[in-house]
Design a protein around this ligand. Structure first.
Ligand SMILES: Nc1ncnc2c1ncn2[C@@H]1O[C@H](COP(=O)(O)OP(=O)(O)OP(=O)(O)O)[C@@H](O)[C@H]1O
Ligand SMILES: [Mg+2]
Length: 328
């Protein structure tokens, strides 16, 4: 019989939270304050109690660290308090150890994040905590891990690529504009640390062979009629809708991350937050997000409708007619 009286923290959940804190160290202090406040006998907390902006709490809800309580006003509670407590305490202990070893105080930069990669790198992308975690881990490997994100249109893939494109030493290209010789030249001359290829499925088959070589860490070139090759240290990050038509040998060189569909609840949270952040009236934003969540669940549809609607009735009408073109 399972022992229900000795209910300890689930180590797997603790580990997941800990990994999250490595990627977003600022969340550790928020969770610590929230737990402290709840430990005083409160069922939940508000943003004032943890001293962060409400937006940061929305992000933590989306990432599954805290829940929004079903009470009037914006009250929250820590989702897995036992595990969170364990993770936060280990996090701060490890941080103290690292500082001691380094012999200085004050740095909050933790080892799992590679040099030059800020914890806020993917903050422009809402949700997708597991994709972010995989990307951070891939960015931190000692030898290159190449990553290919794939999924339906309008799911934030380009947003992920643009975020990586902001890292020092990154080179961003639309794959359909890339040529073999152009890529060889730029890699030889500029030595990018990250090569970002959006829409990899649009790259022509004649051009993609160079990638195999680059991904294996080699670039070859001609010099005074003599060919030579050099070792390079470059990571490729790519995005695509459909990866079935890529060469198998190209596909196999990537860590493939599928972007799964949003649940209706996730879609509503993400679309509402996106629209409000972009100046759409909150009531219209909610109406559109809710309506589109029952239909295409494509953020671009929500953005388009919000752009067109001048009143709540317009929004309602546009949501109702959404998708009718498919039945023509
Ligand atoms: N998770 C998200 N967080 C914030 N914005 C998002 C998210 N997903 C999509 N968007 C927004 O929706 C629009 C479309 O996103 P994006 O261009 O990244 O999609 P995509 O997956 O690259 O689509 P495609 O496959 O058609 O290229 C953009 O305006 C983007 O800012
Ligand atoms: Mg795109």
């Amino acid at each position: 019989m399972p022992d229900v009286t000795k209910h300890g923290a689930d180590p797997e959940v603790t580990r997941t939270i800990l990994q999250y804190l490595y990627a977003r160290p600022s969340a550790a202090e928020t969770i610590r304050r929230a737990l402290e406040y709840q430990a005083q006998g409160h069922e939940g907390f508000r943003w004032q109690h943890v001293r962060v902006m409400p937006k940061a709490l929305t992000q933590l809800v989306l990432d599954g660290l805290i829940d929004r309580l079903d009470t009037p006003g914006a009250w929250y509670s820590v989702t897995n308090p036992l595990e969170a407590m364990e993770a936060v305490s280990r996090f701060f202990n490890e941080q103290a150890d690292i500082r001691r070893e380094r012999g200085h105080i004050g740095s909050s930069q933790l080892p799992p994040l590679p040099v030059g990669v800020p914890a806020t790198l993917f903050d422009s992308v809402l949700g997708y905590a597991d994709v972010k975690r995989q990307l951070f881990l891939a960015l931190g490997t000692p030898t290159p891990t190449h990553v290919l994100i794939h999924g339906k249109p309008g799911t934030g893939k380009t947003l992920f690529m643009e975020a990586i494109g902001k890292l020092p030493g990154a080179l961003f290209r639309h794959a359909d504009t890339v040529t073999k010789s152009g890529l060889r030249r730029v890699v030889t001359q500029d030595r990018p640390r990250y090569l970002i290829l959006d829409e990899l499925d649009k790259m022509s088959l004649e051009q993609d062979t160079i990638l195999l070589e680059l991904m294996d860490g080699i670039v070859s070139a001609m010099n005074y009629n003599e060919s030579y090759s050099e070792a390079i240290d470059m990571r490729v990050f790519a995005a695509a809708n459909d990866i079935r038509h890529l060469r198998p040998e190209l596909r196999s060189r990537f860590l493939k991350i599928p972007i799964r569909d949003y649940s209706p609840e996730e879609f509503i949270a993400i679309a509402t937050s996106y629209l409000v952040k972009n100046g759409v009236d909150a009531r219209i934003a909610e109406l559109v997000a809710e309506g589109v969540s029952h239909k295409s669940r494509d953020l671009r549809d929500a953005i388009r409708i919000a752009k067109m609607a001048r009143t709540e009735e317009d929004a309602d009408f546009l949501v109702r007619t959404l998708g009718q073109e498919a039945q023509v």
